[in-house]
Design a protein around this ligand. Structure first.
Ligand SMILES: [Zn+2]
Length: 155
């Protein structure tokens, strides 16, 4: 993993290191798109990024822009930084985000107090630029009318 001082404060922040395989995923966010592979043979949207479809084993895929909408499937709140780069970030939320298209991403819920995050909460993707070649997809609570219709179970 490459490391760049990419934040305005000059804090140390590890950055994603795109490969030939994952580059469209990381650069998509620079254009405001959450891009995942869609199998050219069976249509399955796959994540993590892979060289073959886990459903039909086809190597053929196209990169497609997702809706960016999903729900919080599960989450935890990190109260302690396990790396110095995140020392100023705690507490922060690491969550499983179930996309409307099906795949589940491990990401962060941002733009809300950790205590306000809920399982089933509708969220939309936002991007944090980490380098010239990578933007990190994260998710923020969705408050539009669509969210009210699609809203999941709240505890
Ligand atoms: Zn397939």
């Amino acid at each position: 993993m490459s490391v760049e001082a990419a934040t305005e404060t000059g804090e140390f922040q590890p950055s994603p290191a795109p490969t030939e395989l994952t580059e469209p995923f990381w650069t998509g966010g620079l254009s405001g798109e959450l891009r995942l592979q869609r199998c050219a043979d069976c249509g399955h949207v796959r994540y993590p990024v892979s060289t073959i479809c886990p459903r039909c084993l086809s190597p053929e895929a196209t990169w497609s822009a997702m809706s960016g909408r999903g729900i919080v499937q599960s989450y935890i709140v990190f109260e302690r930084a396990y790396h110095e780069a995140w020392a100023s970030q705690v507490p922060y939320v690491v969550a499983l985000i179930e996309l409307a298209e099906g795949p589940v991403l491990i990401s962060n819920v941002v733009g809300v107090e950790p205590s306000a995050v809920r399982v089933g909460q509708p969220v939309s993707v936002v991007f944090e630029r980490r380098s010239a070649t990578a933007a990190l997809p994260q998710f923020a609570p969705r408050t539009d009318a669509t969210a009210a219709v699609e809203g999941g179970t709240e505890r």
